[in-house]
Unconditional design. Structure first.
Length: 116
């Protein structure tokens, strides 16, 4: 499977963005999927994940503001982000666990910049 993330951009604090991650190859529903992010000078951080069974989980920074979803017909993963804050500024990556306990397939990342 190959992943292609897009949909980042510049948004003001309090605004919304919905990056997407299109997959080529086998359907995403087979795999555990996730969004992670990395801000300048910081370690990569788990944002949200959805299992192959559809169970979702969120990192502390995303709980209550972000929503991860998957469109199996379009073979695309989404991250709806609401009430964005400047500290959400980061490169957002989609990733998949392909026959692995870790996320071993990664998209190229999409930059989200939140201005105050």
């Amino acid at each position: 499977v190959q992943l292609q993330a897009c949909g980042g951009g510049l948004v003001q604090a309090g605004g919304s963005l919905t990056p997407s991650c299109a997959a080529s190859g086998p359907t995403l529903s087979r795999y555990n999927m996730a969004w992670l992010r990395q801000a300048p000078g910081k370690e990569r951080e788990f944002v949200a994940g959805v299992s192959s069974s559809g169970r979702t989980r969120y990192g502390d920074s995303a709980t209550g503001r972000f929503n991860i979803s998957r469109d199996n017909d379009k073979n695309t993963l989404y991250l709806q982000m609401n009430n964005l804050r400047p500290e959400d500024t980061a490169v957002y990556y989609c990733a998949a666990s392909v026959y692995s306990v870790t996320y071993n397939v990664w998209g190229q990342g999409t930059l989200v910049t939140v201005s105050s």
